[in-house]
Design a protein around this ligand. Structure first.
Ligand SMILES: NC(=O)C1=CN([C@@H]2O[C@H](COP(=O)(O)OP(=O)(O)OC[C@H]3O[C@@H](n4cnc5c(N)ncnc54)[C@H](OP(=O)(O)O)[C@@H]3O)[C@@H](O)[C@H]2O)C=CC1
Ligand SMILES: Nc1nc2c(c(=O)[nH]1)N=C([C@H](O)[C@@H](O)CO)CN2
Length: 236
């Protein structure tokens, strides 16, 4: 499938924030390519709306580079890359190294290799952006999920490095959310505790990430920046 104008690529867009932003970008008239790891109901709607859905499980260098080759067989340019794919879990006792490797791969190695190998596609677009979806938790660290937090901290470093390396043709920025959307299995106690951590105290939902993404895509003079979208967690 060859796409007309330079598409936007969002990784991990089969559900939740990625799926929501994909729908909004289609509403805005963008061509869209999304990656998914497992087939989910929302993907069919994206396909019906003309998005190209590519399967990708970022498990290591080979699978990441295989995805890049698959992507390049469908398009020779990109308007933007949104690195949204992510895993969020605490390392299980005895499985710490495997967990760290998995989180490093999805949050750092995949954005790193995709940016390196797809910069040429972005350079063919008049406006070009890379957006890394990070996490406000990097600000203070995480006792419960140190490996997750470290991998997101590494992603923040990549934001600055690629911003310096790819300027002026490509802007590179991050978005650092705190609580956006609860997961189904989050109980009432967890939800109350999480809401109490921010000054604004509510679950914002995925629209605040779309608003942040729209701002970064539309503003020509921002690069190397990490937008904090945390409801004022740093105030408490
Ligand atoms: N939700 C929240 O409250 C917050 C989210 N964030 C960040 O915002 C972004 C979106 O969050 P959310 O929508 O909750 O994300 P999800 O937890 O729903 O994960 C997004 C997608 O990433 C995919 N994924 C996971 N591992 C891999 C992998 N190895 N290779 C390819 N794809 C993979 C998942 O695929 P599959 O469906 O197969 O599991 C999933 O569909 C993430 O980067 C997250 O870290 C930050 C702070 C708070
Ligand atoms: N990939 C994911 N990352 C994160 C998630 C999630 O569901 N998937 N959720 C959070 C929490 O909402 C946290 O911000 C508040 O407890 C963090 N990252």
């Amino acid at each position: 499938m060859s796409l007309s104008k330079a598409p936007i690529l969002i990784t991990g867009a089969s559900q939740r924030v990625g799926l929501y932003c994909a729908e909004r970008l289609l509403d805005d008239g963008h061509s869209l390519i999304v990656t998914y790891r497992s087939e989910k109901p929302g993907l069919q709607r994206l396909r019906e709306r003309g998005a190209l859905t590519l399967h990708a499980d970022f498990t290591g260098e080979a699978s990441i580079l295989a995805f890049v080759e698959q992507l390049k067989s469908h398009t020779d340019s990109l308007r933007a890359i949104v690195h949204n794919a992510s895993a969020w879990f605490a390392e299980a006792p005895g499985e710490e190294a495997a967990a760290f490797a998995q989180l490093f791969t999805v949050h750092m190695l995949a954005p790193y290799l995709i940016n390196l190998h797809c910069a040429e596609l972005l350079q063919r677009s008049e406006q070009a952006d890379i957006v890394h979806i990070s996490d406000d938790v990097v600000r203070k660290g995480s006792a419960n999920r140190p490996a997750y937090c470290a991998s997101k901290a590494g992603l923040d470093s990549l934001t600055q490095s690629f911003a310096a390396r790819l300027a002026p043709a490509i802007k590179v920025n991050g978005i650092a959310p705190a609580l956006l959307m609860f997961n189904e299995d989050d109980d009432a106690q967890y939800r109350a505790k999480a809401l109490d951590k921010s000054a604004l105290g509510f679950e914002p939902g995925p629209h605040v990430i779309y608003q942040s993404l729209r701002y970064l895509l539309d503003t020509p003079y921002i690069t190397g920046t990490n937008l904090t979208v945390n409801g004022g967690r740093h105030l408490k």
